[in-house]
Design a protein. Structure first.
Length: 124
């Protein structure tokens, strides 16, 4: 049983590191109207451990995919997803609960959500 947990933990660490490395390359190429600090905030809050800006990742949707699915009218709902985590908002993908990831304030969540949704309109 312990060997299985160790294998799962190693897979999680390796996949997180790989996704982070891949997403940093595409993320640094983007400039947005919210400023470089929003990308830094996404990295600091560990969003980039599961998401990328434009490429699909097996475990979570890209920010551009989220922007294509939702509109500015959904911003309040998405802020709550960022704050509380949960499931049932993107197929079987589950956003980790706050105690499983870096803490995000409501102001930070709103900034991140607006930045993501602006990827739809091309205002980045």
């Amino acid at each position: 049983m312990i060997e299985r947990k160790d294998a799962d933990m190693k897979w999680t660490i390796v996949s997180t590191a790989l996704v982070s490395c891949l997403s940093i390359g595409s993320a640094t190429a983007l400039a947005d109207s919210h400023g470089k600090s929003t990308m830094q905030l996404a990295e600091e809050k560990q969003c980039m451990a599961c998401h990328t800006t434009s490429d699909e990742v097996p475990r979570s949707p890209s920010f551009q995919s989220i922007a294509q699915k939702y509109t500015k009218d959904d911003a309040d709902k998405l802020v709550q997803v960022v704050l509380k985590g949960g499931e049932d908002h993107w197929g079987s993908a589950k956003m980790p609960e706050m105690d499983e990831r870096a803490e995000v304030s409501e102001e930070e969540a709103r900034k991140l959500v607006n930045w993501i949704l602006d990827m739809r309109s091309g205002t980045m």
